[in-house]
Write a protein that binds this ligand. Sequence first.
Ligand code: ITT
Length: 202
Amino acid sequence: MTQTLLFATSNADKIKEMRGLLSEIPYLIVTPAEIGLDIEVEEPFTTFAENAAHKASVYAAAAHMPAFADDSGLIIDAMPDELGVYSARYCGYTTPYNVRFQKIAEKLAAIPAEKRTARYWCALAMHVPQTGKVYITEGSIEGKILLEPRGNNGFGYDPIFYTPEYHATMAELAPEIKAQISHRRIAAYKLAEILQEPGILG
Ligand code: ITT
């Protein structure tokens, strides 16, 4: 019998990316909307891992099934107290990304291009109610911040996140390439490995 795993998120872009990344695992991945679950979960912690574990646990308890959550964000070295775990709410949850890009560009304008270093970070946490265990995996990718957005693919901060290796922003890369190199890909593949262990879901 195929076991079901809840992806505890309300972010449609994450769902799209994660379904592709975990397409090989022998589990049925469902979303809160698909099982009629509509809850809001606070993200009160200062680390991605703690926030992801909290989201996974709250959803797993509400749905009575194993759940995993993604807490991710953009860390800009020259703006250490902004974005990071607060990336989704930077300038306000509903503020259009173009406005956020302008704000970031203003803050980084006086900083030389080579010092506009940044990384995307992704923590995934899976909570298994049957065993009470929580598994955490993480991934990151290094890049630089551009003052002008470029590209239409991806989501969130992708138009200003430049990957020197590919000479392109994440939003200029084809989705298949982002899926090979991203922070989310690294964390998802580590989670997929854990899920290969027999009896992991209790
Ligand atoms: P859930 O908590 O429901 O999963 P959320 O969007 O609130 O959805 P987070 O708190 O983890 O999720 O915030 C992640 C934010 O970080 C996301 O909204 C983007 O602004 C940014 N982010 C994360 N991964 C990204 C990616 O691959 N590309 C662009 N931006 C990304």
